[in-house]
Design a protein around this ligand. Structure first.
Ligand code: NAD
Ligand code: MG
Length: 396
């Protein structure tokens, strides 16, 4: 692996206007701002005002909106700044292709796959928040990283924790990975209560402040399902080595168990800036102004087994892991479509898992992916079928 640790680090943030993106720029500010980082490109989608403000503040060379219809507005907002402007899929590709040695992959959903792949292939070190890259493209994404020769550092708090707990010289002694899950806002709900919840309730996470998609995914535990698949690819473990435990305080971010019975955990307050700062400083650690854990005030940590009857997403993740191949892409594509239908109030909260399961069963026979085009096709097919299932449900 190539280790590039010069200061200033040249950084591109894909998805700079989102929850991870804005936290990333706050970490950049804390670590020295323009003295420590040269911002190559920032990308957003709808929030042009924020994107332009970020680009000016951090002196980005290029600002990109994924929405072609907003190109003129962005151009306007940055006129006179000397900052280059681009839009659409080609604009994202241009941003990913610029010569930044670090790329924060923080676009939400499969939209993040193409630009992150581009950055990985050209050898950028990838700080990976966009777990969809691994859920959908798995080995092909890892191949792109290794062919480019850059590092892949997880930003998802659980995977950052595991990465920090892993003793790389003792990989043979790794027994299990224990992902913690907060259980989300409906941890103690019955299935009957969950059936009627609103989007507003589903997006209110008890511990973490995050984007809409991942907040709802935390409530349904589809986010944890994705994280199980993410863990398999990142750490090269078998499905039976991946455990999930519900830990409502979100203080232990995840754990690694070894063959001698030892379990190593990483703890912290629920603040994504720790995982972001860890990735952007790797292999060093940098001082961050985040709240410290106060154990006396905390007093206790609770744990419980996840309930797969109320949270079928976990069972679906196991199915996808067992089937392998393109099932991750199917799970992800179907879930994105089911999520969109829930947000549009076309289906209920529990229907999301039913939609995903129906599509996974329809596409259970898909083999493995030889190239990214297979992933894109499986994703599109899963979405199409999910929309069909939704239409039938909505009509019933
Ligand atoms: P968000 O919705 O807050 O932000 C998403 C970003 O992607 C924004 O900059 C938005 O402009 C951009 N975007 C949206 N649609 C796009 C499109 N079609 N094309 C290009 N760009 C688009 O999301 P987030 O919560 O910051 O999550 C980003 C990623 O990080 C997700 O993959 C999520 O699972 C992962 N993640 C987030 C957190 C968290 O605390 N928010 C934690 C762990 C992992
Ligand atoms: Mg996570």
């Amino acid at each position: 692996m190539i280790m590039r640790t010069e200061v200033p680090r040249r950084l591109t943030v894909l998805g700079s206007t989102g929850s991870i993106g804005t936290n990333t720029l706050d970490v950049v500010r804390q670590l020295g701002g323009r003295d420590a980082f040269e911002i190559m490109a920032l990308t957003g989608n709808g929030n042009i005002e924020l994107l332009a403000e970020q680009a000016r503040k951090f002196g980005a060379r290029l600002a990109v909106t994924a929405d072609e219809n907003r190109y003129a507005a962005l151009k306007d907002a940055l006129s006179g700044s000397g900052i280059a402007v681009a839009a659409g899929v080609s604009g994202l590709d241009e941003a990913a292709g610029l010569d930044a040695d670090w790329v924060m992959a923080a676009i939400v959903g499969t939209a993040g796959l193409a630009p992150t792949l581009r950055a990985a292939r050209r050898g950028a070190n990838i700080a990976l928040a966009n777990k969809e890259c691994l859920v959908s493209a798995g080995e092909l994404f890892l191949d792109a990283v290794s062919s480019g020769g850059g590092l892949l550092i997880p930003v998802d708090s659980e995977h950052s924790a595991i990465f920090q707990c892993l003793d790389k010289s003792q990989r043979h002694a790794l027994e299990r990975i224990i992902l913690t899950a907060s259980g989300g806002p409906f941890r103690a709900y019955t299935r009957e209560q969950m059936a009627g919840v609103t989007l507003q309730a589903a997006r209110s996470h008890p511990n973490w402040s995050m984007g809409l998609k991942i907040s709802v995914g935390s409530a349904s535990m589809f986010n944890k399902a994705f994280e199980m698949i993410e863990a398999k690819h990142l750490f090269g473990v078998r499905p039976d080595q991946i455990e999930v435990v519900v830990h409502p305080q979100s203080v232990i971010h995840s754990m690694v168990g070894y063959v001698d019975g030892s379990v190593i955990a990483q703890l912290g307050t629920p603040d994504m800036r720790t995982a972001i700062g860890y990735a952007l400083s790797y292999p060093n650690r940098s001082a961050l102004d985040v709240e410290r854990l106060d154990f006396a005030r905390l007093a206790r940590l609770d744990f419980e087994a996840p309930d797969e009857a109320r949270f079928p997403a976990l069972r679906l993740a196991r199915t996808a892991l067992e089937r392998g191949g393109l099932q991750g892409a199917v799970l992800n594509g179907a879930e994105e479509a089911a999520f969109a239908a829930f947000v549009a109030e076309r289906i209920g909260f529990l229907d999301m898992a039913d939609v995903v399961e129906a599509v996974m069963d329809q596409l259970a026979g898909l083999g493995s992916a030889d190239e990214i085009a297979d992933v894109v096709q499986a994703d599109a097919e899963a979405r199409r079928r999910a929309r069909d299932v939704v239409s039938r449900m909505a009509a019933a």
